[in-house]
Design a protein around this ligand. Structure first.
Ligand code: NI
Length: 135
């Protein structure tokens, strides 16, 4: 089994809050991330495909094709957007890294026809990232 990973970049803003919480509780829970007018991140997304190399091409998945899927299904829809209000598939979702990576999985997985989607990592800061494996 070979694991092939494509790394992508996007910039977006968000505000972390739960509308059911008071302003005070949102600040307690989310601290600076609950700033009413939001804040931005430079995100990195790593999409990993597992599979055997194709006998004829030697590829698990053509990385040009994988790049196109990631861009069309996810990155182009979130890049330079406000994740709380601009993105249909994040509507009503608190855009934590955890929730964003689950949304990325749902967007991308139906389009992977070579190999299987193994994991997606989302780096929100230099030191913080989350990983989802679809379950
Ligand atoms: Ni943030």
């Amino acid at each position: 089994m070979i694991y092939v990973t494509r790394r992508s970049h996007f910039s977006a803003s968000h505000r972390l809050f739960n509308p059911k919480f008071s302003d005070e509780k949102n600040v307690d829970m989310f601290d600076k991330c609950a700033n009413p007018n939001g804040h931005g991140h430079n995100y990195y997304l790593e999409v990993c495909i597992a599979g055997e190399p194709n006998r004829e091409t030697g590829y698990v998945i053509d990385l040009k094709k994988l790049k196109r899927i990631i861009n069309e299904q996810f990155v182009d829809k979130v890049d330079h957007k406000n994740l709380n209000v601009d993105v249909d598939f994040l509507s009503g979702i608190n855009p934590t890294a955890e929730n964003i990576v689950i949304a990325a999985w749902k967007q991308i997985v139906p389009h992977i026809t070579e190999g299987t989607l193994h994991s997606i990592r989302l780096h929100e800061t230099e030191n913080n990232f989350v990983e989802y494996r679809g379950e």
